[in-house]
Design a protein around this ligand. Structure first.
Ligand SMILES: Cc1cc2nc3c(=O)[nH]c(=O)nc-3n(C[C@H](O)[C@H](O)[C@H](O)COP(=O)(O)O)c2cc1C
Length: 126
C-alpha cells in the first residue's frame, strides 16, 4: 500500500462484504468496489445481494464506494445511488461491446440472455 501511495496511485479495493470493505478503509484504500452476489467475477463467499449489501456498506464506510454486480443500465445506476453508492462498476456488460476482444458467440449469448443465469428447459419438467 505504501509503495502505491508513494507513487501517487489511487487504490480501489474490490470487496464482497462490509467487513472486507471496512478492512480496506482501515489499511488506507481510497475507495471500494462493493460487489454483490450478482457480480460476474468472484462473488465472495457470503452470497449477499446488492439490495442488502449496498445500504449496509453506506451505513459503515467513510470512503467512497461504487456498486458492482449486475449493473448494466441507467435504471441500475440510479438504484445504486439511491442505495448509497457513489457510482457503479460494470464488468460483464462491457464484454458484449465491439471493443472487447471476445468471441462473437459469447457476445451473442450475453445479448440474448434473459435474467435467468442458466437457462432451464422447463419442458423437461412437464
Ligand atoms: C472478464 C472478467 C474477468 C474478471 N476477473 C476477475 C478476477 O480475476 N477477480 C475478481 O475478483 N473479479 C473479477 N471480475 C469481476 C469484476 O471485478 C467485477 O466485480 C464484476 O465484473 C462486476 O459485476 P458485473 O460483471 O455483473 O458487472 C471479472 C469480471 C469479468 C467480466
Amino acid at each position: 500500500m505504501g509503495a502505491l501511495k508513494g507513487a501517487g496511485i489511487k487504490v480501489i479495493h474490490k470487496c464482497t462484504s462490509v467487513r472486507h470493505a471496512l478492512k480496506a478503509e482501515k489499511i488506507g484504500c481510497d475507495a471500494a468496489s462493493v460487489d454483490g452476489f450478482e457480480c460476474g467475477g468472484h462473488p465472495g463467499e457470503d452470497d449477499i445481494p446488492n439490495m442488502i449489501l449496498l445500504p449496509r456498506a453506506a451505513e459503515e464506510l467513510k470512503i467512497p464506494f461504487v456498486a458492482s454486480g449486475g449493473m448494466g443500465n441507467g435504471q441500475q445506476l440510479v438504484a445504486a445511488l439511491a442505495l448509497g453508492a457513489d457510482g457503479i462498476n460494470m464488468g460483464t456488460r462491457f464484454i458484449a461491446t465491439q471493443d472487447a476482444p471476445v468471441h462473437q458467440n459469447v457476445k451473442d449469448a450475453i445479448v440474448n440472455a434473459s435474467e435467468v443465469r442458466y437457462k432451464i428447459n422447463y419442458a423437461f419438467f412437464n
